[in-house]
Design a protein around this ligand. Structure first.
Ligand code: CIR
Length: 253
């Protein structure tokens, strides 16, 4: 059960965010509207949402999930790999100190983005991607073990982050696309497979029995509904232009 979430309002500098999508820059006013709708969706799942001010110095800082990992026992400040994102953690730490007594830190030469960490029950899967290196993963495994939690790594070759292509729906069920449909690390789970052309729908958020999914994927919506899941759609078009999905816009705990 999650009770709270933290989001960061996108700044005008969002239009200069990192991207490989080739969809052009986001429309800032529309991004703000979508951000408000996203917050409303989190609230309708019963979460209290702390809304941080925009941080214009960091164009990608609205993708707040990458700057920290929040667990039941500790918070971990990450060390984002992208040089333009490295400083995002500095402004976030004092906010997390309000909620967490124990705050750990990934340090050089490790890099780790929160988008590469997927929690399934008490276990954490850590994607080894262009953003998260093996030293970052090794440090996180040690931190989680010290807090009584387990973790293991999964290679990521087709996606920006692990959670770009796979979502934990329940402790037994994953929604997955591309390489994650058949990864041996996930062979014990029931996999709901998303076709490669609908890969944008693989990044969803399961919160307290509901699933937030990006708007515009009716086939995936039907797949999820068939599982008896209650669906909420959120239009993410402006964030998709920056390779961002639903999970990246919040920290949930
Ligand atoms: C980036 O490239 O870092 C941002 N434009 C998108 C980050 C998306 N974050 C995520 O999937 N957790």
């Amino acid at each position: 059960m999650f009770t709270q979430a933290i989001v960061r309002t996108p700044g005008r500098s969002l239009v200069s965010g990192l991207t490989n999508a080739g969809l052009g820059p986001p429309d800032y006013p529309r991004a703000l509207v979508q951000h408000r709708q996203y917050i409303a969706a989190l609230q309708s799942c019963g979460l209290e949402v702390l809304i941080l001010d925009a941080d214009e110095a960091f164009p990608d800082s609205t993708f707040i999930e990458d700057a920290a990992l929040l667990t039941p026992h500790c918070a971990v400040m990450t060390r984002p790999a992208a040089p333009s994102r490295r400083g995002e953690t500095t402004g976030l730490r004092p906010v997390l100190e309000r909620f967490y007594q124990r705050i750990e830190q990934i340090s050089a030469p490790g890099t780790l983005d929160g988008g590469d960490v997927m929690q399934v029950g008490q276990h954490f899967y850590i994607g080894l991607s262009t953003r998260t290196n093996s030293d970052g993963a090794r440090q996180l495994i040690k931190i989680l073990a010290d807090c009584g939690m387990s973790a293991s790594t999964v290679p990521v070759t087709q996606f920006l982050h692990l959670k770009t292509g796979v979502t934990c729906l329940t402790e037994q069920t994953l929604l997955a696309t591309g390489e994650f449909v058949s990864r041996p690390e996930f062979s014990t789970y029931t996999i709901l497979s998303v076709a490669p052309e609908l890969a944008g729908a693989a990044n969803c958020i399961a919160i307290n029995g509901r699933v937030l999914m990006p708007a515009g994927f009716p086939k995936v919506r039907r797949q999820l509904s068939a599982q008896g899941l209650q669906i909420l759609e959120v239009n993410m078009s402006e964030y998709a232009k920056l390779d961002g999905g639903l999970t990246c816009l919040s920290l949930r705990f």
